[in-house]
Ligand binder design. Structure first.
Ligand SMILES: [Zn+2]
Ligand SMILES: [Zn+2]
Ligand SMILES: [Zn+2]
Ligand SMILES: [Zn+2]
Length: 428
C-alpha cells in the first residue's frame, strides 16, 4: 500500500510530454517584444496619448478546433499616421495628403482618403479607430498558436484519460455490485469502508450546503488519510469474497488516478496563466480576457472534471447506507416502515406512540390526518423486504428493542391497573 502513497507524488511518465512548455513559450514572448520593438510599436504603446486596439481571435467562425487551433491570429490596430513616426506629432493634425505614403508602406485602407480630417484629440479618443493600420505581429501569432496547440493536445490527453477513467469506474462498479450483494458476507465491511470514505469528502462535498469541488492538494491529503485509516482498521482483512480485495485495490487506484488528473490539470492551468500574464506584461498587449474567452469556447474541461469527481462519489451509493432509512422520530432504522399518505416513512412504534399522544398530522410536513388515517395498508412491504435484505443486523436490533419496550409498557400498564384496582378497593 505504501507504493500507492508514493505514486500520488508522481505524474505518469507518458503524460509528461503533454506538460505546457513554459521555457519554449517564454522564448516566444521575447521574440514578440523584439518584433514590436523593430516595428516601432513598443514606442507607440508607451505613449499615453496613443491608442491601439489589440485583438486575439479565431478567424474561422465555424471552427471547432477539431484539427487543433490553427486559425488563431492576433492583430494590432493603430493610427496609420502615428505609426512609424519618430516625432510625437500626428499627421492627422495636418492636412491629410493622399499622395504621401507611410514610411513603412502600410497597407492602405480604402476609406482612409474619404474620411474628413479630425483633430489630434478627437482622432485618438474615438471609440474605435476609424482609420487604422492592421498589423499582425508574426511572433505574437506564433506564441498563441503554439500555446493553444499545446492546450489542445493536453485536452486530447485528458479526454483519453477520462475515457479510461470511466471504463475503469464501470468495471469497479460491476465488481462492487457482485461483492456487496446482500447474499454475500462482505456487505457490512464494504458499507463500513464507504462510510469512512465519505467522511473524507475527498473530491466533492457530499452535504446539501457543500457540493464544492476540492483542490488536488486537499484531495491528495484526504485520500492518503483515508487509505491509512483503512489500512489501520483491519477492514480489508475482514473481506471474504475473493473479488473484494481486488475491487478495493482498483477502487484506490481509481481514486489516485483522479487525483493525478486533477494535479496535472492544475499545473498546466497554472503554467498557462503565468504565461499569459507574462505575455501581457512584457508586450503590453492585453490578451487575458480574450484568451480566457477562447479557452472557454473551445475547451470545457472544468465541468467534465467535476462530473468525474461526482461519479467517483456516486460509486459508494451502490451500497445503501442506513442514514437514508432512519425513522425521523427515533433516528433508528424505520422498522417496520409505515409510509403515510404524504409518503413520509416512520417506524411503526413511533407512530403508535404518536397516536396515543393524540397526534393526527404528519410530524414532518403537517399533512392533515396523515397519522390518524394510517392503518395496516400503510405498511410498506417492499421497503420492509429491502431493509431486511440490506440491514439485517439493524433490523434485528430494532426488533429486539421494540419488543423490550413493548414488554415494559405492558408491565407498566398491568401494574398501573393493579394499583388502581387496589385504590378502588380501598375506596369501596
Ligand atoms: Zn480556427
Ligand atoms: Zn494619429
Ligand atoms: Zn421511530
Ligand atoms: Zn409527511
Amino acid at each position: 500500500m505504501k507504493t500507492f502513497e508514493d505514486s500520488l507524488e508522481r505524474i505518469p511518465s507518458d503524460w509528461k510530454p503533454f506538460l505546457i512548455k513554459y521555457k519554449t513559450l517564454k522564448i516566444c514572448i521575447k521574440k514578440i517584444v523584439q518584433e514590436l520593438n523593430v516595428k516601432g510599436l513598443l514606442q507607440i504603446m508607451a505613449d499615453k496619448n496613443q491608442r491601439i486596439e489589440y485583438s486575439l481571435e479565431c478567424y474561422k467562425p465555424e471552427c471547432t478546433f477539431e484539427d487543433g487551433p490553427v486559425h488563431v491570429r492576433t492583430c494590432i490596430k493603430v493610427c496609420p499616421s502615428c505609426y512609424g513616426q519618430t516625432s510625437k506629432e500626428c499627421l492627422y493634425v495636418k492636412k491629410y495628403d493622399s499622395s504621401s505614403s507611410s514610411p513603412l508602406n502600410l497597407p492602405k485602407d480604402d476609406n482612409m482618403a474619404l474620411t474628413p480630417l479630425a483633430d489630434y484629440e478627437t482622432h485618438h479618443m474615438e471609440k474605435s479607430l476609424s482609420h487604422v493600420s492592421r498589423i499582425e505581429p508574426e511572433a505574437d501569432g506564433v506564441f498563441f498558436v503554439t500555446l493553444l496547440k499545446e492546450i489542445y493536445q493536453l485536452n486530447c490527453l485528458q479526454e483519453q484519460n477520462q475515457d479510461k477513467f470511466l471504463t475503469n469506474l464501470q468495471e469497479i462498479q460491476q465488481m462492487l455490485i457482485e461483492v456487496t450483494s446482500p447474499f454475500k458476507k462482505d456487505i457490512y465491511t464494504w458499507r463500513n469502508i464507504f462510510q469512512i470514505y465519505m467522511e473524507y469528502k475527498i473530491f466533492v462535498g457530499n452535504t446539501e450546503s457543500d457540493r464544492e469541488e476540492r483542490s488536488w492538494e486537499f484531495a491528495q491529503s484526504q485520500l492518503t488519510c483515508f487509505i491509512d485509516r483503512i489500512n489501520n482498521s483491519r477492514l480489508i482483512k475482514k473481506l471474504n469474497h475473493p473479488l473484494s480485495k481486488i475491487a478495493y485495490e482498483n477502487f484506490v487506484k481509481l481514486n489516485i488516478s483522479l487525483v493525478l488528473m486533477k494535479k496535472f490539470q492544475y499545473f498546466n492551468q497554472l503554467t498557462t496563466t503565468k504565461l499569459i500574464k507574462k505575455h501581457d506584461k512584457k508586450t503590453s498587449l492585453v490578451s487575458g480576457s480574450m484568451f480566457r474567452d477562447l479557452i472557454e469556447k473551445y475547451f470545457l474541461t472544468k465541468n467534465t472534471f467535476k462530473s468525474l469527481c461526482c461519479a467517483m462519489e456516486q460509486l459508494t451509493t451502490i451500497i445503501p447506507q442506513i442514514d437514508d432509512y432512519n425513522c425521523p422520530i427515533c433516528l433508528n432504522i424505520a422498522w417496520k416502515p409505515i409510509r403515510l399518505c404524504c409518503s413520509h416513512v416512520f417506524c411503526v412504534r413511533c407512530l403508535v406512540k404518536s397516536v396515543r399522544k393524540g397526534m393526527r398530522n404528519c410530524p414532518i410536513c403537517r399533512a392533515k390526518d396523515a397519522v390518524y388515517n394510517a392503518d395496516q395498508k400503510n405498511l410498506d412491504i417492499c421497503l420492509m423486504n429491502f431493509l431486511d435484505l440490506y440491514f439485517p443486523i439493524e433490523v434485528h436490533k430494532k426488533q429486539k428493542d421494540d419488543d423490550r419496550e413493548r414488554v415494559a409498557e405492558e408491565m407498566e400498564a398491568l401494574t398501573g391497573l393493579r394499583i388502581e384496582e387496589r385504590q378502588s378497593c380501598v375506596l369501596l
